[in-house]
Design a protein around this ligand. Structure first.
Ligand code: BES
Ligand code: MN
Ligand code: ZN
Length: 504
């Protein structure tokens, strides 16, 4: 999709290979790997001179070029800061990878060789798979550009492609390296799809637009079928909660259902549900004006679920997956739902809408009830659900809540290995009474504190008999400020979780 940068895996000796650029790692205590030491010797000690002269500190992400090197077949060397050799983390490595991608892209190099032994110490080579994944995913992320019609872009000579060849430490690691590259590319494309959908303005990315894009994902893929429910069909299903959110808008709400079948017929599917509020004004409980534009990102849960679906399709994972996206706008108007209104959800439970800005849970609850018809092995919903989650966890971790500890553990593990991390919050019964209502079975907002938890408590009322986890991505789905834009999270986490599931 994003063709700024391409990758291949091949086994080649760094001194011998002909390429524009060779990448060598420099660690903060002046350490270089054996392979880099060999290259250093071949080029007359130039790398050591740079380090000893204090021109490269080895700090994470620091880059320095060595031009016109002689004694090897590469034209130049990119010295890449790797940080501390002992306490090196995946998060740090991703920073280095981004810096390398940025430097290579700016340099005008056509190709480069990333030789794993020139980057990693022998002890760290066992993480080769993770490192390949991290390098590919983060360099694609770094070079992502927002384009409305990314998929229609005509390739011309101006947007030339940088090709990076990754060489593993041993020939016997070619197969696993290729697997890692494949996964990384699918995850990168899925994340970039999620980012583009997230970044699209609300006047373009409407519920119907999301429906059209999902249909496109299924085109020419026999394993994927897409169904779109209209408001009329949702009325028949008595989805009173979902419809109460779309009432104020003239854009029609859609319930998008995509079924991917890569597993056997009798295998129960995993259901992913993504919040698709294409613009959240708050409704009659109108939000303040400042930064309200960012509420176009309120469909990032939906975007992540669709990005994940695309990646699973591309990887042909042997699992069954259902992606469900309730898509709607939340706007005030003469026909909008008002605070105090009572609506009946598809489950039959009545809800007192005390705040029309707590709309995410209203659309999710009907989607969750709907998902029961697939007899799911597990359900994971993904939503930019609460501002409180941004307060609690900021932008580094998504909030995780679950009624099943095993499922929660599996998601935490997938987060650690993909670098797209989550942090679990409690879902104790003690919080449930904060949702008590005098006029309905349940209120749509909780009294006093723990807004992220009470939102999850609300959802838990609709997933009682299911293995279910909820991801609050309000803090992780987009970044603010001068780099404002969608992050594509948590596509990497979800795909990792599904890869893990497919191996069971
Ligand atoms: N989409 C918002 C949550 C949100 C706010 C995400 C800011 C990211 C940044 C959600 O629909 C919402 O408005 N939630 C309310 C709930 C409250 C009324 C109980 C919130 O968090 O303020
Ligand atoms: Mn809201
Ligand atoms: Zn919202």
């Amino acid at each position: 999709m994003n063709s700024e940068i391409d990758f291949a895996v091949a086994f080649s000796a760094p001194e011998k290979v002909k390429s524009d650029t060779l990448i060598c790692g420099i660690y903060s205590d002046h350490y270089i790997t054996q392979s880099t030491a060999d290259i250093n010797r071949a080029i007359g000690g130039q790398i050591k001179k740079v380090i000893d002269g204090g021109d490269h500190s080895g700090k994470v992400g620091e880059v320095k070029w060595l031009y016109s090197v002689e004694g090897i077949n590469a034209k130049r060397i990119l010295l890449l800061g790797m940080g501390d050799k002992v306490s090196h983390t995946l998060v740090e490595f991703k920073k280095s990878a981004k810096a390398a991608a940025r430097a290579l892209h700016k340099s005008g190099a056509n190709n480069a060789l990333l030789s794993i032994p020139a980057l990693l110490t022998v002890e760290n080579e066992k993480f080769q798979r993770l490192i390949i994944r991290a390098f590919v995913e983060s360099s694609r992320e770094e070079l992502y550009k927002y384009e409305i019609n990314a998929e229609n872009r005509v390739k011309n000579s101006k947007n030339k492609t940088l090709k990076i060849t990754i060489s593993p430490a041993e020939r016997s690691q070619l197969k696993t390296s290729r697997e890692a590259l494949n996964e990384a590319l699918a995850i990168a494309d899925g994340s970039n799809l999620a980012r583009t959908l997230g970044n699209l303005p609300g006047n373009i990315c409407t519920p119907s637009y999301l429906a059209t894009k999902t249909r496109a994902l299924g085109r020419n893929h026999k394993s994927l079928t897409v169904k779109i429910l209209t408001e009329k069909m949702m009325e028949k299903l008595r989805m009173g909660a979902l419809l109460s959110v779309s009432k104020g808008s003239s854009e029609e709400a859609k319930l998008i259902i995509a079924e991917y079948s890569g597993g056997t017929k009798k295998e129960l599917p995993i259901v992913l549900v993504g919040k698709g509020v294409t613009f959240d004004s708050g409704g009659i409980s109108l939000k303040p004006g400042s930064k309200m534009d960012e509420m176009k990102f309120d469909m990032c849960g939906a975007a992540a679920v669709l990005g994940t679906l695309q990646a699973v399709r591309d990887l042909k994972l042997p699992i069954n997956l259902v992606a469900i996206v309730p898509a709607t706008e939340n706007l005030p108007s003469g026909s909008a739902t008002k605070p105090g209104d009572v609506v009946t959800s598809m489950s039959g439970q009545t809800i007192e809408v005390l705040n029309t800005d707590a709309e995410g849970r209203l659309i999710l609850c009907d989607a969750l009830t709907y998902s029961e018809r697939f007899k799911p092995a597990e359900i994971i919903d993904v939503a930019t659900l609460t501002g409180a989650c941004v307060v609690a966890l900021g932008k580094h971790a998504s909030g995780l809540m679950s009624n099943n500890d095993k499922l929660a553990k599996d998601i935490i593990t997938a987060g650690e290995s993909s670098g797209d991390r989550v942090w679990q919050l409690p879902l104790w019964d003690e919080y449930q009474s904060q949702l008590d209502s005098n006029f309905a079975d349940i209120a749509n907002i909780g009294t006093g504190g723990a807004g992220t938890v009470t939102a999850a408590c609300f959802l838990s009322r609709f997933t009682k008999d299911q293995r279910w986890a909820h991801l609050d991505i309000a803090g992780t789905a987009w970044v603010q400020g001068k780099d404002k834009g969608a992050t594509g999270r948590p596509v990497a986490l979800l795909v990792q979780h599904l890869i893990n599931r497919s191996k069971k």
